[in-house]
Every structure is written in C-alpha cells, then in structure tokens.
Design a protein around this ligand. Structure first.
Ligand SMILES: [Zn+2]
Length: 121
C-alpha cells in the first residue's frame, strides 16, 4: 500500500484517501462547511486564508489546504458576472493608462497656443 505524509498534520498514512489523513479530512470538511457558510454571508469578502481562518476561528493551515484543493472555487455560485466586471474595469484601466500622457502633452501645447493668441487680441 502506498504511504503518504498528511499535508495537514504530517502523519504518515495509507494514501488511499488522498493527501490528507482521515482525521484531518474530517476536520477539513468541517472547516469547509464553516468557511462556505461564511463566504455565503460575505460574498464580496476578498479572502485570504489567514483572514478567513480568523473569521471562522479555525486553523489557517486548514483553510489554506481547502484553498489549495480549490474547494472555494466560487465560479459555480455567482461569481461570473463579478469576474466580467473586474475584467472590464481592468481593460478600461489599461486603456486609460496608455492614453493620458499623449493627450496631456497635446492639450498643453494646444492650450498655450490659444492662450497666447488670446493675449494678442
Ligand atoms: Zn492529518
């Protein structure tokens, strides 16, 4: 039988149940339920493992494990619109970043020309 070190507690166990020993697997399920309930109540929380762990009063390592395993993949819940919005915002930000320097220099020379013409009159 293949043996693996549990990624949570480091105990050596039979690898049939994955990367986590049965005891930690139960723990992870419990933490996951808590975390999922929390995320449901705070869908816009930008969660790092540490913050989430603190919020649900669980071990940061366990929360991190769940994240690594991809259990908090929220795309299936409701995040797709949110993601699209974020992408749009990013695109616009990038557009705005590349344009202003040209616009500004063009505007300033144009502006001073007009200003000088106005003084002459
Ligand atoms: Zn373990």
């Amino acid at each position: 039988m293949e043996m693996t070190a549990c990624t949570v507690c480091g105990k050596i166990f039979g690898a049939s149940s994955g990367k986590v020993c049965p005891a930690c697997g139960k723990l992870l399920d419990m933490v996951y339920e808590k975390a999922r309930a929390y995320l449901r109540d705070h869908p816009h929380a930008d969660m790092h493992a540490r913050d989430l762990a603190k919020a649900i009063k669980e071990d940061e390592k366990l929360v991190e494990m769940l994240m690594i395993e991809g259990r908090f993949d929220r795309r299936e819940d409701s995040g797709s619109d949110e993601d699209k919005k974020k992408m749009k915002l990013l695109e616009e930000l990038q557009k705005n970043l590349s344009v202003p320097s040209q616009k500004e220099s063009a505007a300033s020379t144009y502006g001073s020309d007009r200003h000088g013409a106005g003084k002459d009159r």
